[in-house]
Write a protein that binds this ligand. Structure first.
Ligand code: PLP
Length: 431
């Protein structure tokens, strides 16, 4: 029997000085029940809480840790960088090297700007799209999450879905008037919207493979319509690859899907576990950013030496192993999905599994999940029970139905067999 006494004590203290006791809402475990865990350290595929409990980690900091916790090469890079000084507010060689790596890897990116969070990356990319096209309106899709900046919070995924919030308070109405929100995977609705707003849409933004309403894959005809109609109308196509960049393939979802956007937002993996993100795209578009062009975007800690060192080390490792690593994780996740499906059938629990590469979501629903509406048919209460049953068995998954389960290179076949066994038991518990 696990004790969570130290976590509970810290949570009580946290509640007095931090809203909800957490610095990001989903961490509060509200939708799965129980008090949040306070973590002490991570090692490879494992995370340890402050009560000394060890869990196989399938959250992996929500995506960044593709080589597991504290991989030696990345630690060494951070330590070396820290010894030389933690921030200069001036240019460094490593920033150039990281930018070169991103440009070489991601098909759509000819020039790239480094920022500190995914929110900042998407927000800046949209500003560039508006500045470049001299249009105000944007299109986004239900259930896609693009960070917490004002204009993007209508029917967004991730924490808003977890807490069933249609949007956020504190966002002035006139700020979202220019945001059109359409159903994901609906080429017809998209066609209608483009027809209704000719030469008015600055950009169409989407998670090319969605991860924040749980994993949802794009239909080929949907992606095709997006690329074709945006090009025809002078609208920019923006892929939010904050999760999928360097995860689904070395060149991200765009490499996997064979669709090249005009702008791309990156985050999570490119920071190697430190706060780093980026936005980039066609050179002529990116050259609207100051000091070359009129679109202003800046950051005191942008291109921070520690974050850049971690990101560079992580991308260097990925590049070295890219011919085998993506296939390996894909096969491992396929096997985990297969065993989960079989266990659910044995337990008589209806589930739907969506999986791409090293991302997967087990939806507790009978209906096929292709968009936000179908994702929300999932039984979040049953997911909560499943989460708690897994936690008791030493497996830590996202404390929300509407997120992805991740793999890392530190998850060996033996460890995944342990996860699979715990999943089979947990499915019996929730049957
Ligand atoms: C995580 C995420 C963001 C926001 O990134 P932060 O670093 O949390 O600000 C934006 N878009 C997508 C697709 C994400 O998954």
């Amino acid at each position: 029997m696990q004790s969570h006494a130290n976590s509970a004590r810290l949570f009580a203290e946290a509640l007095r000085v931090i809203p909800g006791g957490v610095n990001s809402p989903v961490r509060a475990f509200k939708s799965v029940g129980g008090d949040p865990l306070f973590m002490q350290r991570g090692e490879g595929p494992y995370i340890f809480d402050v009560d000394g409990n060890r869990y196989i980690d399938h959250v992996m900091s929500w995506g960044p840790l593709i080589f597991g916790h504290a991989p030696p090469q990345i630690l060494a890079a951070i330590t070396e960088a820290a010894a030389r000084g933690t921030s200069f507010g001036a240019s460094t060689e490593a920033e150039v090297r990281l930018a070169q790596k991103i440009v070489a890897a991601v098909p759509s990116v000819e020039k790239v700007r480094l920022v500190s969070s995914g929110t900042e990356a998407v927000m800046s990319a949209v500003r560039v799209a508006r500045g470049f096209t001299r249009r105000d309106k944007i299109i986004k899709f239900e259930g896609n999450y693009h960070g917490h900046s004002d204009g993007f919070l209508a029917k967004a995924g991730s924490g808003l879905t977890t807490f069933d919030l249609p949007d956020s308070a504190g966002v002035p109405k006139n700020l979202t008037l220019d945001t059109l929100t359409l159903p994901y995977n609906d080429a017809e609705a998209f066609r209608d919207a483009m027809r209704a707003h000719p030469r008015e849409i600055a950009c169409v933004m989407l998670e090319a493979v969605a991860g924040n309403m749980g994993v949802v894959t794009p239909r080929a005809d949907f992606l095709h319509a997006l690329r074709e109609l945006t090009t025809a109308d002078g609208t920019l196509l923006l892929f939010d690859e904050v999760i999928t960049g360097f995860r689904l393939a070395y060149g991200g979802a765009q490499e996997l899907l064979g669709v090249t956007p005009d702008l791309t937002a990156l985050g999570k993996i490119i920071g190697g576990g430190l706060p780093l993100a980026a936005y980039g795209g066609r050179a002529d578009i990116m050259d609207t950013v100051a000091p070359v062009g009129p679109v202003y975007q800046a950051g005191t800690l942008s291109g921070n030496p520690l974050a850049v060192a971690a990101g560079l080390a992580q991308l260097t490792l990925l590049e070295q192993h890219k011919d085998t690593l993506y296939t390996k994780m894909h096969c491992q996740m396929h096997a985990l999905a297969q065993s989960t499906k079989e266990a659910a059938a044995r337990a008589g629990v209806p589930i739907r599994i969506n999986r791409v590469g090293s991302m997967m979501t087990v939806f507790f629903t009978e209906s096929k999940v292709t968009d936000f509406t179908t994702a929300k048919t999932a039984d979040a209460a049953r997911y909560g029970a499943y989460f708690r049953a897994l936690l008791e068995r030493g497996v830590y998954i996202a404390p929300s139905q509407f997120e992805a389960l991740f793999l890392s290179m530190a998850h060996t076949d033996d460890i995944l067999a342990e996860t699979a066994a715990a999943i089979a038991e947990a499915l019996h518990v929730v049957a």
